[in-house]
Write a protein that binds this ligand. Structure first.
Ligand SMILES: C[S@@+](CC[C@H](N)C(=O)[O-])C[C@H]1O[C@@H](n2cnc3c(N)ncnc32)[C@H](O)[C@@H]1O
Length: 269
């Protein structure tokens, strides 16, 4: 019961973070390649807030399908974005998703960073792509985050443990910079890497919520229950980091790239 309550709490915090994401801020480099009438797949769409913004741009002749393995996010998004008729949210794992149609654009934001088999995920996306379609992945390099000034030692310790925990689970902390090679390895061409860093300065109205993401991440007890972290350090990191955000933080830059690729033209092979 306690565990379920914790998952609910973590899930609610994540739902709020995802609902606050907007295409023009959180996947801004995608906008120039969106065209009316496209069929778009958003893999790991969360609650579907970015998918909804895409649906509004591609218009009624187009459609966005968002898939996510977390039922709570899909349930929430179906309710929140029900007025967007050209958006369909489906509770599904990418690897079990077998639609009848192929897509003009397949996107995935901040999702491959959580997988221990990102190359298999790209191969699956490739199998769902129209011959002239584009795959676009937006993801992080967590190794190169910049805080100004340095955050408290307790948060740096938490962050180092977080990266170790991720690495041991097979996740790639620097995937943003490995995507071009991964795309090349699976046979995509015309690969483009576009810098999509998220830079937050104090004058931004969303500064505290964006920079405060790390105390929300530390809000989860998962690393404590898996023996990676002492709970007192976790609580200390949250408290000291919140104080730092409130009083000392000047800026934070999270490093991201959008990386795109397309299928080779079979006529030219
Ligand atoms: C960090 S969230 C990103 C949400 C959204 N794309 C955004 O940028 O705000 C990653 C999402 O990927 C989903 N996910 C992880 N593995 C998946 C898989 N194999 N198939 C579909 N969704 C997956 C998770 O449930 C989670 O909602």
């Amino acid at each position: 019961m306690k565990v379920n309550k914790r998952i609910d709490r973590d899930g609610q915090a994540a739902t709020k973070i995802f609902d606050n994401r907007r295409l023009k801020v959180d996947y801004r480099t995608l906008i120039p390649i969106l065209k009316k009438g496209m069929l778009v797949l958003d893999v790991g769409c969360g609650t579907g807030s970015i998918s909804r913004d895409i649906a509004n741009i591609i218009g009624d002749a187009g459609k966005v399908i968002g898939i996510d393995t977390t039922e709570q996010f899909i349930k929430s998004g179906k309710e929140t974005y029900k007025a967007t008729l050209n958006l369909e949210l489906i509770h599904s794992d990418l690897f079990k998703f077998n639609p009848t149609q192929k897509f003009d654009l397949i996107i995935s934001a901040r999702t491959l960073q959580w997988l221990n088999n990102p190359k298999d995920a790209l191969l699956k996306m490739k199998s769902l792509l129209n011959p002239k379609g584009v795959i676009s992945i937006l993801d992080y390099n967590h190794n190169t985050i910049e805080w100004n000034p340095e955050p408290p030692v307790s948060m740096k310790e938490f962050y180092t443990t977080f990266l170790n925990w991720r690495r041991n689970a097979g996740m790639n902390n620097g995937i943003a910079d490995d995507l071009p090679k991964l795309m090349k390895d699976i046979g995509l061409i015309a690969i483009e890497k576009i810098n999509s860093d998220e830079h937050y300065e104090r004058q931004r109205s969303d500064f505290k919520s964006k920079v405060g993401i790390w105390s929300k991440v530390a809000g989860s007890k998962q690393m404590v229950s898996e023996g990676y972290l002492d709970d007192n350090l976790r609580l200390k990191a949250i408290k000291e980091y919140n104080e730092w955000v409130e009083n000392k933080a000047i800026s934070m830059t999270m490093k991201l790239n959008e990386v795109r690729g397309t299928l080779p033209d079979i006529k030219n092979i």
